[in-house]
Write a protein that binds this ligand. Structure first.
Ligand code: HEC
Ligand code: HEC
Length: 216
């Protein structure tokens, strides 16, 4: 009899633990984890500080506005971004976005990313002409701003201070239709024709070299 009772007690403790780990409360309501805890799943690639790392091609995300982070996580989750078979880096990011279980978690982790202090990343480009790039940037500033700080009303993200290798890679993806070509990607579809205004790979490098000169 006594033995039976202690078994029941430990079975109950086990169930309570499972419920706690799955984020379910005994009353059935789902609890959203705080952004800082959700971010633990992101840190292996984007770093605890959010500065990303070249080794895994993860961009710096610290201080990106919450509206942009949220929008991109929603796109990765639904396959509007990162599902193209040639999008090797996007395919790496996609399963991570799917770990965020619901809208509340997407919002919470996006707010945490936005709260991290941004840092200007060091230039790595060689053989690029920033002065020539400044000419091409005239087209870009209508949405991303003269200072590259972006424009929420136009859904254009800040691009100043980002790694140059990431900006080159994204412009290449837009140009090839690896990003922004999905008919459901409204804002990507606005950016794609803009990437086509850059004549070739050299023009892409030049405009990014100009973006490198902008302060974060
Ligand atoms: C396995 C590595 C990995 C993990 C873990 C990861 N990411 Fe990423 N993330 C990437 C890579 C690689 C890219 C670049 C994708 C591309 O080139 O289009 C990226 C891109 C992004 C972008 C787009 C940035 C931009 O400027 O458009 C956001 C936002 C982002 N990640 C947020 C997160 C968040 C939040 C988490 C945690 C829930 C997370 N990532 C976890 C690898 C990862
Ligand atoms: C009509 C407005 C508009 C113009 C002009 C424009 N962009 Fe964009 N750009 C956007 C929008 C909107 C996005 C976000 C796309 C998304 O939601 O995925 C974007 C995204 C980007 C990204 C990806 C940033 C990231 O963090 O992943 C880069 C890089 C970029 N633009 C560079 C440029 C450059 C360089 C030019 C000029 C040749 C330019 N843009 C012109 C609207 C614009």
């Amino acid at each position: 009899m006594h033995r039976m009772k202690s078994l029941n007690t430990s079975a109950f403790a086990g169930l309570a633990l499972v419920l706690a780990l799955s984020g379910c409360r005994p009353d059935g309501a789902k609890k959203t984890l705080p952004g800082v805890e959700l971010y633990a799943a992101c840190a292996s690639c984007h770093g605890t500080d959010g500065f990303g790392q070249a080794l895994v091609a993860a961009p710096s995300i610290a201080g990106l506005p919450a509206w942009y982070v949220e929008a991109q996580l929603v796109k990765f989750r639904s396959g509007i971004r990162g599902a193209h078979p040639d999008d090797l880096e996007g395919l790496r990011m996609r399963p991570m976005s799917r770990q965020m279980m619901d809208e509340g978690e997407v919002k919470a982790v996006a707010a945490y990313v936005a709260s991290l202090t941004p840092m200007k990343q060091a230039p790595t480009l060689t053989g690029a002409d920033a002065a020539a790039g400044a000419g091409s940037y005239a087209t870009c500033q209508a949405c991303h701003g003269v200072d590259g700080k972006g424009n929420e009303a136009l859904k254009a993200p800040p691009i100043a201070g980002q790694y140059d290798w990431y900006l080159v890679s994204q412009l290449g993806k837009f140009r090839k239709g690896i990003r922004g070509a999905n008919p459901k990607d409204v804002t990507g579809g606005q950016m794609r024709p803009m990437s086509m205004t850059l004549a070739d790979d050299q023009a892409v490098k030049n405009v990014v070299a100009h973006i490198n000169t902008l302060a974060k």
